[in-house]
Design a binder for this molecule. Structure first.
Ligand code: SF4
Length: 418
């Protein structure tokens, strides 16, 4: 029962729906005699007793040896802060002891492989209540993968590695200021396999300045030759504030045109599907049984807790984010204070979130999860996209077609409340 009680009832109908799953009839009839505010308090208590399902634990490790030109993530090259930061992460986990059965752990960055194995071991002592079959992922840079490190990660229980390969063209890797070569990606996968990793994901990028469709096809083939379980792909983005954006502003590089980008996306989709990968989310492909469980939870709107500077947390009713400043984060935690901001999610925000994350997946949006007013609004706005072949409406599900995937942002913005 307890897993659904994180949703506070918004109206009488929802109260009845939740009461239906409470088997004790005396308790049920007592709740029905209460005022609204009292009902809210009762559900607060029930949430604590039965515990909101907590699927994911995200730990942000914001250290990088050097910065890549395109990167807009929060990270720092201040490696001397690693010891204090790991202490702060452990302390934050203590302070926020609200975790339940953890089904997935994701160490993301930055570059988590910039921590020593001792530092990671220290972190894992504080991660408790982990389910036996949990998916435990670490992001690694190929040049950090050694046989010793990989074996020690296995000992810690890490069972999935996500590696930023980006491209197999060394010239482009240098342009991006990546520290590894294409050869090192192959070596890293081999090393991880020898250490026993059976679930490896790589990130790939396309849409580089001057890149041709043939260049991209060659990258896809080289990625396939690695025979990894999961591939995430991104078009190169020019984010404001990054050195790459400056190059664009100065006219030193130019974006690929939209038609080429479209061809690259469809080439990727067709080739990976032909090779047996399932295109299960706009940017993600997996061998059967190897979808990212952690990221899938995000797309299903399941609660997660984020630990560390700039990490986000979500518990159905609120979203919060830790301060994106490593020094202030550490100082705050050292003083027993988590510095963060939060927002309460009202019905409109929850609807918008549901639409934008669910449409990213191949299953699409489950219309039965919407109120009748939301469903009517959603389908009215979806109509012209359904007619244009960009969305498909089958049964209770609304999902993007192959043509719709490429223009998903435009479609989503039409379906949300503004
Ligand atoms: S290694 Fe990752 S997080 Fe660090 S700068 Fe490069 S892209 Fe950004």
């Amino acid at each position: 029962m307890g897993t659904k009680l994180g949703i506070f009832p918004q109206n009488t109908k929802e109260i009845f729906q939740i009461l239906n799953i409470i088997s004790n009839s005396e308790l049920r009839s007592k709740i029905l005699t209460l005022e609204n505010t009292q009902i809210h308090l009762v559900f607060c208590s029930l949430n604590r007793i039965f515990a909101v399902k907590m699927a994911g634990l995200y730990i942000h490790i914001p250290f990088c040896k050097s910065r890549c030109v395109y990167c807009g993530f929060y990270s720092t090259t201040g490696l001397e802060l690693r010891e204090r930061y790991v202490d702060a992460l452990c302390r934050e986990m203590e302070i926020r002891g609200e975790r339940n059965d953890i089904e997935t752990i994701y160490l993301g960055g930055g570059t988590p492989s910039q921590l020593s194995i001792e530092q990671l071991q220290r972190l894992f002592i504080y991660i408790n209540k982990v389910k036996e079959d949990a998916e435990i992922t670490i992001e690694m840079n190929p040049d950090d993968v050694t046989a010793e490190f990989a074996a020690e990660l296995q000992q810690l229980g890490v069972n999935r590695v996500s590696m930023g390969a980006q491209t197999f063209n060394d010239e482009r890797l240098r342009f991006l200021h990546r520290r590894h070569s294409a050869k090192q990606v192959h070596q890293a996968v081999e090393t991880l396999r020898q250490a026993g990793f059976k679930n490896i994901s790589i990130d790939l990028m396309y849409g580089f300045p001057e890149e041709t469709l043939d260049d991209w096809k060659a990258d896809i083939e080289e990625a396939l030759s690695l025979d990894v379980e999961h591939i995430s792909t991104y078009c190169l983005m020019y984010e404001e504030g990054t050195p790459l954006y400056q190059l664009l502003e100065q006219g030193k590089v130019s974006e690929v045109d939209e038609e080429l980008e479209r061809q690259m996306y469809y080439t990727l989709k067709d080739r990976l599907e032909a090779a047996g990968y399932e295109h299960y989310e706009i940017s993600n492909f997996a061998r059967p049984g190897f979808r990212s469980r952690h990221n899938s939870s995000y797309w299903q709107g399941i609660p997660y807790i984020g630990i560390g500077a700039a990490a986000h947390s979500y518990d159905i009713n609120t979203r919060s984010w830790n301060i994106a400043d490593i020094r202030q984060y550490i100082t705050g935690i050292e003083q027993g204070q988590r510095l963060y901001e939060s927002e309460t999610l009202d019905e409109v925000t929850r609807y918008n979130d549901t639409v934008t994350v669910a449409l990213r997946t191949c299953e699409g949006l489950d219309l039965s999860k919407l109120t009748s007013k939301q469903r009517t609004y959603c389908l009215a706005n979806a109509k012209r996209h359904i007619d244009a072949g960009l969305l498909k409406h089958i049964g209770n599900h609304l999902s993007l077609t192959k043509e719709g995937l490429f223009v998903s942002d435009m479609i989503m913005s039409d379906l949300i409340f503004v």
